[in-house]
Design a protein around this ligand. Structure first.
Ligand code: SF4
Length: 400
């Protein structure tokens, strides 16, 4: 059984999208082609880390090493607040740091690179003004946190954790992407996972989750997730862990294929080798003919059985001898109850809980229950209808 690696958000999402791509990336460790927008995001993140790091006052209380891991049911008590002194680099120093960090990796043309470069400069200068004005109280930047969340190992790098005025913690994740909405923050599994990581490593409560849209300097802030929302993510992480444990790495084609570097290794895209082309082409042609024949025979079988049924009905017989065997008419029957019309009656009689699934067995138990009002039983029984399905069996003439 393979060891389960700690899941990051991107590892989790990759497996959900396509387990085979996950295997290529996280087991085979195949490199991906660099892409300009990823390089850009990485550079901006690293300069923001350099900018904000001097402001960090690690004033929050860490969960002690000896503390057992908290579970979904356990939540923190609010601590006292704290303040942070600040030392900020100048805007010139910021731009110099940006130039030092810049990488040309992955851009498709000099024009694209220079467009991104100018955008990064603009984003950083505007963010710098915001920082001077707002002075957040960061307690950590780019911190790597790990946890074992009810048995599932998870980890992640948190862009920024701030102290809130009330003494709690706010998780901030920078986004350099073009568009971002409140729904993105509300539905973000990434923020949910970060909440779990911070809750597991810090004693203070998480009071806010923020996706920070850098292009518009807009913080999209939402309340921390409720227990039920986190439980849903835990279930999905558990499904991924089960898949990895079972070494289930099936290709799952979708929109993600457009940015997948492994199409030449993927059964969904790989071509048949020329040496096997003729043999496989003949097999496909034969399969296609047989499938057409199967459909034709199925139709013919159905029409013959229907004709036999009509004749058997007219003559009132259930056994029809052929030359080699006897066709025997059989039936399958089932009862179906449509309880919708009597639901209000069942509710008024306090009997709704007796027919939750509506299966015939469940309804019959109620109908036969002598302790139930006979009128209710009659009305429920009347919603039932008997469905009969006829079919033909073949028996050998000498061996019925
Ligand atoms: S090409 Fe598509 S289906 Fe194949 S591994 Fe990549 S993402 Fe998965």
């Amino acid at each position: 059984m393979p060891a389960i690696p700690a899941l990051s958000y991107s590892s989790f999402r990759t497996y959900q999208e396509c387990p085979l791509r996950w295997r290529f990336l996280y087991i085979d460790r195949l490199p991906e082609t660099p892409r300009g927008y990823f390089t850009f995001g990485r550079v901006v993140h690293s300069v923001l880390e350099e900018l904000v790091a001097p402001l960090v006052v690690p004033s929050a209380r860490r969960v002690s090493e000896n503390d057992r891991q908290r579970t979904l049911d356990e939540w923190h008590k609010a601590p006292a607040g704290s303040t942070a002194p600040a030392h900020l680099m100048s805007s010139e120093e910021l731009l110099a740091a940006y130039e030092r960090a810049w990488s040309s990796e992955g851009y498709t043309s000099p024009e694209e690179e220079s467009r991104y470069r100018a955008l990064g400069r603009e984003i950083l200068l505007r963010y710098y003004d915001f920082l001077v004005r707002e002075r957040p109280l960061p307690i950590s930047v780019e911190e790597h946190l790990e946890a074992r969340w009810d048995g599932i190992p998870v980890h992640g790098y948190i862009d920024r954790i701030d102290r809130t005025p009330a003494g709690g913690l706010e998780i901030v994740d920078y986004k350099t992407s073009r568009d971002l909405s409140n729904e993105d923050a509300r539905d973000s599994d990434q923020l949910s996972l970060y909440q779990v990581l911070v809750e597991s490593n810090y004693a203070e409560p998480v009071e806010g989750l923020t996706l920070y849209h850098l292009r518009s300097l807009t913080p999209l802030r939402v309340a921390p997730r409720e227990r039920a929302e986190l439980a849903g993510l835990h279930d999905r992480l558990g499904t991924v862990v089960d898949g990895i444990r079972a070494e289930a790495y099936e290709p799952t084609p979708g929109r993600q294929c457009a940015r997948c570097d492994f199409q030449d290794r993927c059964p969904e895209f790989r071509s048949v080798p020329p040496a096997d082309g003729d043999r496989l082409r003949a097999l496909v042609d034969r399969f296609e003919s047989l499938r057409a024949e199967e459909n034709r025979l199925e139709g013919e079988l159905r029409r013959t059985a229907e004709e036999l049924h009509r004749a058997a009905e007219e003559l009132g017989v259930h056994r029809v001898p052929g030359s080699r065997s006897v066709a025997v008419r059989r039936r399958e029957e089932a009862w179906q109850y449509s309880l919708d019309p009597v639901r209000p009656l069942l509710e008024r009689s306090g009997l709704s809980h007796r027919v939750t699934s509506g299966t015939p067995e469940e309804v019959r138990r109620l109908v036969r229950d002598a302790t139930v009002d006979p009128e209710v039983r009659r009305r429920v029984a009347e919603t039932g209808a008997r469905r009969v399905k006829w079919y033909w069996d073949l028996e050998s003439e000498n061996n019925p």
